[in-house]
Design a protein around this ligand. Structure first.
Ligand code: FES
Length: 107
């Protein structure tokens, strides 16, 4: 649960340019812990906790079903208001400060 207070982690303060292929499904990382940014590598499974006898999983990957071949900019700071796409939120000082602090703490 302590880990969750620091999430989502601002993995990188810049978007990733990604070429999506029509018909493929991609899993976008929502927690910021993945080492395969901007995609999920399953590390969100460490965020589970129990509450009133129920297992809660606060983070899960977000599926992207590509309907056509296209190049998109996927968020890596995990603070976009338009997930999974970058909306420029990575430029906010609070997001950049979070990224700097998390890099020094290495969560
Ligand atoms: S990388 Fe997250 S909003 Fe741009």
């Amino acid at each position: 649960m302590e880990l969750n207070h620091q999430l989502p982690k601002a993995a990188k303060c810049q978007p990733a340019e990604v070429k999506l292929e029509a018909g493929k499904t991609y899993s976008w990382c929502t927690c910021g812990l993945s080492d395969k940014q901007p995609f999920c590598d399953g590390k969100h499974k460490a965020t589970w906790y129990e509450e009133n006898g129920t297992t809660v999983m606060p983070y899960r990957s977000l599926k992207i079903n590509a309907e056509k071949d296209e190049t998109v900019w996927l968020c890596q700071c995990k603070h976009t208001k338009n997930p999974p796409f970058c909306d420029g939120s990575h430029k906010l000082e609070e997001v950049q400060a979070k990224h700097r602090n998390q890099q020094s703490e290495e969560i």
